[in-house]
Design a protein around this ligand. Structure first.
Ligand SMILES: NC(=O)C1=CN([C@@H]2O[C@H](COP(=O)(O)OP(=O)(O)OC[C@H]3O[C@@H](n4cnc5c(N)ncnc54)[C@H](OP(=O)(O)O)[C@@H]3O)[C@@H](O)[C@H]2O)[C@@H](O)CC1
Ligand SMILES: Nc1ncnc2c1ncn2[C@@H]1O[C@H](COP(=O)(O)OP(=O)(O)O)[C@@H](O)[C@H]1O
Length: 292
């Protein structure tokens, strides 16, 4: 089935779901945990965390190596902090079942600690968004790829997509010898089926597919053009938006579609000169425009 995402994102049903109920408390809106890399590598995870909080997760925690606590503490206020040295420490933190959405990859690093964290996150079976370095870790690791489940969302740019699904990327790059060309829609759908989870393949046309073949395009063209999104860290914020919506209880496909739509809306609302930090700060104006 093929649908325009705008039919989902931006519509009355989305507005109703995004609005917060009057008598709720913060835990009603979920708790997202964003895992961070080490000292001087925390910017990307902080951007994601800010995105998750602005999109409406009730609580957001950054989990970082103990040696990065001081740096993060100096940069975070509403976002909470937890030292997470390794996968064992992650397992202890995840004993809190109220942590209902996980995000990892931005600025994470690709070493042994980080690979163990990816395994720990996948083993926890909770709604998770895997981006950036988490995707690089997954690439070529059949055991980790097999651990992906239907509440995961993968958010590759084309470099990461090529690392994760080299054969699919090759088909996409090949010129059509006859008939219609193998498209980004075909590629994303095939990747989602193989991964067994939602794949959001980024770009000016962001294609989002789930493993059942459901697919949508979030286009940033014509009146929705947002070329300012091509700036360092904007994808990190997108992964935070998705984590925040997962924490709020949106299904993975819906979280990915709505996050991608809001991401472009935030860029359009802010306009030229946008840097990644501006995206979470544009959320309140976009929400107001939606009548929330
Ligand atoms: N403020 C911060 O702290 C920020 C921290 N960040 C963190 O940095 C880490 C590295 O992330 P990364 O994405 O920059 O690097 P990497 O995984 O090496 O892939 C890049 C290579 O892939 C290729 N490529 C092909 N298509 C592409 C496309 N559409 N978009 C982009 N690349 C594309 C291209 O190769 P080329 O095609 O040029 O040969 C390119 O050289 C990661 O942890 C991330 O979270 C950043 O988010 C920035 C803000
Ligand atoms: N020309 C463009 N028009 C609209 N959106 C774009 C354009 N180029 C990139 N984007 C969006 O910007 C984000 C970039 O993410 P990514 O490549 O992961 O960067 P980073 O790793 O620096 O955060 C993605 O959401 C992508 O869809």
């Amino acid at each position: 089935m093929f649908r325009e995402p705008q039919a989902v994102a931006g519509g009355p049903a989305m507005r109703e779901r995004l609005a917060k109920t009057v008598d709720a408390h913060k835990y009603t809106h979920g708790h997202a945990l964003i895992l961070s890399g080490g000292p001087a590598k925390g910017g990307a995870a902080r951007l994601a965390a800010r995105g998750a909080l602005r999109i409406g997760a009730g609580l957001v925690t950054v989990g970082c190596p103990p040696e990065a606590l001081t740096e993060n503490a100096a940069r975070l206020d509403a976002v909470m902090l937890e030292p997470i040295a390794d996968a064992d420490a992650l397992a202890v933190v995840l004993e809190d079942k109220r942590i209902n959405a996980l995000g990892l990859g931005p600025g994470l690093g690709t070493g042994k600690r980080e690979a163990a964290l990816v395994a720990g996150v996948l083993g926890a079976g909770r709604a998770s968004v895997l981006d950036a370095d988490a995707l690089t870790i997954l690439a070529g690791k059949p055991d980790l790829l097999a651990a992906l489940h239907d509440t995961c969302v993968l958010t590759p740019h084309s470099g990461e997509f090529g690392r994760l699904f080299p054969d699919i990327a090759e088909k996409l790059a090949a010129p059509a010898a006859k008939g219609p060309a193998y498209s980004k829609v075909d590629a994303t759908r095939e990747a989602a089926k193989r991964a067994g989870c939602v794949v959001l393949y980024k770009g000016p046309d962001t294609v989002i597919a789930d493993s059942d073949g459901r697919c949508s395009i979030n286009s940033a063209h014509y009146e929705r053009a947002a070329p300012w999104l091509a700036t360092a860290g904007s994808g990190d914020v997108l992964s935070g938006f998705i984590a925040g919506l997962l924490a709020r209880g949106f299904a993975p496909m819906q979280a990915a579609e709505i996050a991608a739509w809001l991401h472009v809306e935030c860029a359009r609302r802010f306009g030229p000169g946008l840097i990644a930090e501006d995206l979470p700060e544009a959320v309140p104006a976009v929400f107001r425009d939606l009548g929330l």
